[in-house]
Design a protein around this ligand. Structure first.
Ligand code: ATP
Ligand code: MG
Length: 329
């Protein structure tokens, strides 16, 4: 049994080879404050963070695409592997994504962790590479495929040709930055303190990278910054549009410099094929059009962009010792 796992800043996706995606849930775990054991995981914890009683905490092990709590990460991986393997006698082969800047030490720690979770073998692949493979980059296709994987905590920029990673870079931008900017806007301009979850709701409902012809407003609950009393906060799509574009302007500047990495031999391929958009934040309304305009290149939105990386893990061939794209042990 081969299990592919994409541990993201906001979501965790797992796929069983031959079966398809079996887990696509928030990357959150409820930890018993006394025993340290996992009480609940994923979907069960949506809207619980910050509202939990003292008997448990709701935690995530990944920040900005990086594992920051290794003990917790190991518990979550064990929980998932047990859930998927049940009473099976044979140990699973595990494939997992990691951020593009992963060094040897981080990779060794991850490999040891997977072994102690019961993996028979493990393959560690960079998320940008996997996103490109999941978006359809082929092994026999020698032309370059350029992918942006825009997640919650970071964006992977990757160029893949012939099933090999040519170059990759991580850009410090993700959907969480937009959500935090919405929170800041509510605090500073509307004098209302709103939770991350409420700001996320606003972003998902009305957030857009393109201006809208009609004016629509959405109301969320918050706390008055002066009186601290609960009150409603109304934000319009026009206001959200300016918040979103303020976040996207520095992002496109960094993306433009990421293109310096691309060897001139691939320039024509990218000009012809455009840039493929993957990652959950590619679902943001108008982002494809915005980036196409800002980068002066065509952009192609993939179906189910948040699942490209885990699907790409499944499509990747195991090739021991391959630098950057992954190592097998
Ligand atoms: N319709 C939508 N509009 C705007 N943003 C969206 C939409 N759907 C998902 N997102 C955003 O996509 C992000 C999640 O994407 P994804 O699951 O690819 O991230 P991740 O893999 O958890 O993070 P990372 O790869 O950065 O570690 C969140 O910030 C979420 O708000
Ligand atoms: Mg991701």
């Amino acid at each position: 049994m081969t299990i592919c796992i994409d541990m993201g800043t906001s979501r965790i996706c797992a796929l069983v080879s031959g079966k398809g995606v079996v887990i696509n849930e928030p990357n959150l775990a409820a930890i018993d404050s006394y025993t340290g054991e996992i009480l609940a995981f994923g979907d069960a914890l949506e809207n619980v963070k910050g509202r939990n009683p003292a008997s448990f905490t709701v935690q995530s092990s990944v920040e900005n695409g990086r594992i920051v709590k290794y003990d917790l990460c190991e518990k979550i991986l064990k929980f998932i592997i047990n859930r998927l393997c049940g009473e099976r006698v044979f140990r699973p082969d595990i494939r997992i994504t990691t951020h593009s800047g992963t060094d040897d030490l981080e990779e060794r720690v991850l490999r040891d962790m997977l072994k102690s979770c019961g993996a028979r073998s493990c393959e560690i692949l960079s998320e940008g590479y996997c996103a490109a493979m999941g978006a359809g980059a082929g092994y026999t296709d020698k032309a370059g495929t350029c992918v942006l994987n825009i997640g919650a905590g970071k964006t992977d920029f990757a160029l893949v040709a012939g099933g090999e990673l040519i170059s990759s870079l991580e850009v410090p931008f993700g959907g969480n930055l937009i959500t935090q900017a919405v929170q800041n806007f509510a605090r500073e301009k509307k004098l209302c303190e709103i939770s991350f979850d409420e700001a996320e709701k606003l972003k998902l409902q009305l957030g857009s990278a393109m201006p809208s012809e009609s004016d629509i407003a959405f109301t969320v609950s918050g706390k008055d910054t002066q009186s601290s009393l609960p009150r409603l906060c109304e934000i319009s799509n026009t206001e959200l549009f300016s918040v979103v574009t303020e976040c996207l302007t520095p992002f496109t500047k960094e993306l433009r410099s990421a293109f310096e990495l691309i060897p001139p031999e691939f320039a024509e391929d990218i000009d012809k094929r455009g840039v493929i958009l993957t990652g959950g934040c590619s679902n943001l309304s108008g982002i494809s059009k915005y980036l196409s305009y800002a980068l002066e290149l065509d952009t192609v939105l993939t179906p189910e962009p948040g699942l490209c990386a885990v699907k790409g893990l499944d499509r990747s061939k195991i090739r021991g010792g391959l630098f950057k794209a992954g190592r097998h042990s």
